[in-house]
Design a protein around this ligand. Sequence first.
Ligand code: GTP
Length: 392
Amino acid sequence: MSGPTRRPAIPVILLTGYLGAGKTSLLNHLLRHPDARIGVIVNDFGDLNIDAGLVVGQVDEPLSISGGCVCCLTDDSELEDALVAMTNPKLRLDAIIVEASGFAEPLTLARMITRMGHHRFHLGGVIDVVDATMYFDTIDTSSLPPLRFAATTLVLVNKLDQVPAVDRENTVEAVRARVHERNPRVIVIGTHHARLDPTLIFDPGEGEQDPRRSGSDDGDNPIQPELPIRELLRQAYAEAAADELGDDEADAESLPHRHAQSVTVTGSGPVDPDAVMDFVEDLPPGVYRVKGTVLAAVGSRRRSFDVQAVGPNVYVAEAPRPVPKTPSLSAGNGDRPDADSVLVAIGEDFDTEAAEATLTAALNSDAAGGLDVAASGSDRSERLLHHVRLHT
Ligand SMILES: Nc1nc2c(ncn2[C@@H]2O[C@H](COP(=O)(O)OP(=O)(O)OP(=O)(O)O)[C@@H](O)[C@H]2O)c(=O)[nH]1
């Protein structure tokens, strides 16, 4: 999305949840995705329980790579060094997931990542996994909803297979209501075995496709991009997962199994930056992510910006080159050779028509004559530029 000299910042996703809720299951599920290249940081060495077959190398090495990377930290102060190391373009990672121990406080962790403010990575969301059968006995036991949801962007109500089929919807709804009492912007999704559609939280294969992260022009110390055994391991795990389902398959089919929805909108000419920021700073209900590139008038110049939002976290960076001629942002968006800007909104159960209408207006304000760019371009870019300054 951005130019040849600037590498896109990698999203850092925090994975939190009460003991045994399903954090490791989610991690393993994401690692199994055939296109995913995920860096993993586990800050509790003793609890490391990632599928060993998906991890190559010794766990006490600072970095190792196959389907995913593992860096085990026994000390939180090492976190920033590990994150910086994982942004090495040779690793071509799509995302870095930090699995916190069961007792970690999401708010504190989120603040820690944000404070680091490193332009090579940014907070890409906080996922909290809760156990559908234990939620009201463990993390939500007082009259006030848990504070942890203030920092959360996505809650998985996991282990729904252990709830009678007739009660599943109500169970998710009860958790959703409590979470929303604390933070109405959190997306709440029911899962079993933490089977989450990965496109909700990162772009599988994005790091692989991005030549700036390939390091291929960098001859020394190459890291083998793909271990031959990787595919075999994925097949083995896919078969194991099928066996695990076994006779429960039919029942599992009746479990909520939703996929992410997405809307892709393009625009020509400079966007209305304020309208874009209105959208990304206050995402409509159900929209979890927004990503793309926009062309904006800043003073007398036109500049392109990479824009990302995950829940309440907004990330904007200057894009040295405009939107690619063939955006590969989302399935079904097709070729849009004339686009100056493109934004994709991703979420679950959201009003796609309303989102499309709002974004279309924001990205085509010039054509609609609704914005006098020459007169107001600079002022209207101020919020956009403010976010850029936060990461430089
Ligand atoms: N029946 C059922 N079991 C699950 C589900 N998700 C996870 N489990 C099981 O629950 C146990 C705990 O899951 P983990 O993924 O290890 O949970 P965790 O949050 O990483 O656990 P800690 O690291 O101990 O905090 C494992 O035995 C999983 O196989 C689910 O949706 N349904």
